[in-house]
Design a protein around this ligand. Structure first.
Ligand code: SF4
Length: 413
């Protein structure tokens, strides 16, 4: 006979909105008759309700790992285990996803089976860190579940002051705009820095993210210390027949309002015969026109990557965007990939030697000066290096709920 559910009026409210609620998922697991995790989920809901009532979190960290690894497990011990004993340990295993997050359903089922057997049944695809988050293991079950996940070919991701789990966009497998082999770049970097991922020894975290084009679906400019983005350096491809068809379908006004005038560098003009003129040297590869006219426009043929360093979310000095340190690198030979790897090694070595404790690369560069950093990693200054590709990733509004209410009122008026 399993435990009876705690009363959870606060959590119940979260299910009343228009969107699916995580509370419903937790309740489903808590009513999974006969499963080994059922009581854990009942007490987890109880603890969560207590947190909502007292506005306090009751998880504390600790030290926990699996053999041979120094990171990758996030320990969670409950401070209110006397009230909720079944969820007194609720650790998370960070597991690296495959590049581009490509899975087949067989693997997904196997992962779910392992977690239903050893853990709470609760898996997040994917957490903020990019990992698959297997949440809710007891200390005793951590090694056993990792061994089985590892048997399937998956490895632990990074945690703490280490190279973190890398991410790449879905890439050429499903996206026609891809200008680089994202999967290969990510695997190359991850495999090369596995030691730095599994044994945290850096001043602070270091993240790689790879996007196949400057749509930057991985948000790598904002969210990674080393961002690798596919781009092209010749002229973009224009199919004038498709341009005409698009103008014929949408009308000249639409194209002028939504494509031509939205080019940030005014590199586009619409000819009288409904063809498109592109001033390629002035195009900054923002992808907007290509995104709108997908049949007519596509990236050029001379493809490669741009490398940016130092992006991160707010920490000591506010948000930083990655700075372009390599405007264009052609990745068409194994030697070129080797060069990319060596550049990453140089940057991480410099970061390890020179960053202060708890300081990201962007902050280190701000402190020591961009010119010194560029010199130290052995790159020649190039006018195409851009220190601030964009101004800000987000608008910060502290009283956002009040602002949202005002916005709703304005909309309704
Ligand atoms: Fe202009 Fe962006 Fe199109 Fe280049 S990609 S032509 S910058 S809209």
């Amino acid at each position: 006979m399993s435990k009876s559910m705690h009363k959870t009026p606060m959590l119940d409210q979260l299910e009343s909105g228009p969107w699916p609620s995580f509370v419903t998922g937790l309740k489903r697991l808590a009513t999974d008759e006969g499963k080994q995790y059922q009581d854990t989920m009942v007490d987890l809901l109880g603890q969560l309700e207590l947190s909502y009532n007292t506005r306090k979190g009751y998880w504390k960290g600790g030290t926990l790992s699996v053999f041979g690894y120094g990171g990758g497990i996030i320990p969670r011990f409950s401070e209110v285990a006397d009230q909720f004993p079944a969820s007194k340990e609720f650790h998370t295993l960070r597991i690296m996803p495959p590049a581009g997050m490509h899975y087949n359903t067989k693997i997904l089922r196997q992962l779910c089976d392992i977690w239903e057997k050893h853990g709470s049944g609760l898996i997040a695809f994917h957490g903020q860190s990019g990992d698959i988050m297997f949440q809710g293991a007891t200390s005793e079950k951590v090694q056993e579940s990792f061994d089985e996940i590892n048997e399937l070919g998956f490895d632990l991701g990074g945690a703490g002051p280490a190279v973190r789990t890398g991410m790449s966009c879905v890439g050429a497998a499903r996206c026609e705009q891809s200008c680089a082999n994202e999967q290969k770049i990510l695997r190359l970097l991850v495999n090369n820095f596995l030691d730095d991922m599994h044994r945290p020894a850096l001043p602070y975290k270091f993240k790689f993210k790879v996007s196949g084009c400057s749509n930057d679906c991985m948000n790598s400019i904002q969210r990674s210390d080393m961002s690798i983005i596919g781009t092209w350096r010749d002229d973009m491809n224009v199919d004038q027949q498709e341009v005409k068809a698009f103008v014929g379908q949408k009308g000249r006004k639409y194209v002028i309002d939504n494509v031509i005038t939205r080019c940030p560098t005014k590199a586009l003009s619409l000819n009288d015969d409904d063809t498109l003129a592109v001033d390629n040297p002035n195009c900054v590869r923002c992808m907007h026109c290509i995104n709108v006219m997908t049949k007519a426009l596509s990236p050029g043929d001379d493809k490669g990557v741009t490398i940016l360093i130092g992006g991160k979310r707010t920490l000591k000095i506010g948000d930083t965007m990655g700075t372009v340190v390599v405007p264009f690198m052609k990745l068409d030979t194994e030697e070129a990939y080797e060069e990319l790897k060596e550049l990453a090694e140089t940057i991480i070595d410099f970061f390890a030697d020179n960053a202060l404790e708890h300081e990201r690369t962007g902050e280190m560069i701000e402190r020591i000066g961009l010119a010194n950093f560029i010199k130290a990693i052995g790159l020649d200054v190039d006018p195409n290096m851009i220190s601030n590709p964009r101004e800000s990733s987000y608008l910060r509004i502290d009283d956002w709920d009040k602002e949202a209410a005002k916005w709703n009122d304005r909309k309704a008026a």
